[in-house]
Design a binder for this molecule. Structure first.
Ligand code: FES
Length: 109
């Protein structure tokens, strides 16, 4: 049985990509035509993939507390390499990483 596939919208970037439920947001970004978040260690250690979930359901595996504090987590901050969707999501990328978005990877809504 294949995992459900959800749509992930990047706020303010006209970027929409598909992410299977059994993949992390970062891995799915890598499979789309464009990256939208810097890719670092891919293990939850470096913190460069820090994003904010604005809406939708998700789950995370362990995240280094130096990158995601308890307060950060309550505000929706996660590490993209440690987060899987459980529904369609809307995410925000910190301002410093917005320049890395070069073009859209659109799927039908
Ligand atoms: S890529 Fe290093 S914490 Fe996600």
């Amino acid at each position: 049985m294949t995992a459900p596939i959800y749509k992930v919208k990047v706020l303010g970037a006209e970027l929409l990509y598909a992410c299977p439920e059994d993949q992390t947001l970062m891995r799915a970004m890598g499979w789309s035509t464009e990256r939208s978040v810097p890719i670092g260690c891919r293990k939850g250690a470096c913190g460069v993939c820090r994003i904010k979930i604005l809406s939708g359901a998700f789950e995370t595996s362990s995240q280094a507390s130096r990158h995601i504090t308890v307060e950060d987590a309550t505000q929706g901050y996660v590490l993209g390499c440690r987060t899987r969707p459980n529904s369609d999501l809307v995410i925000d990328i910190p301002a410093g990483t917005q320049a890395l978005i070069k073009k859209s990877a659109k799927i039908s809504a």
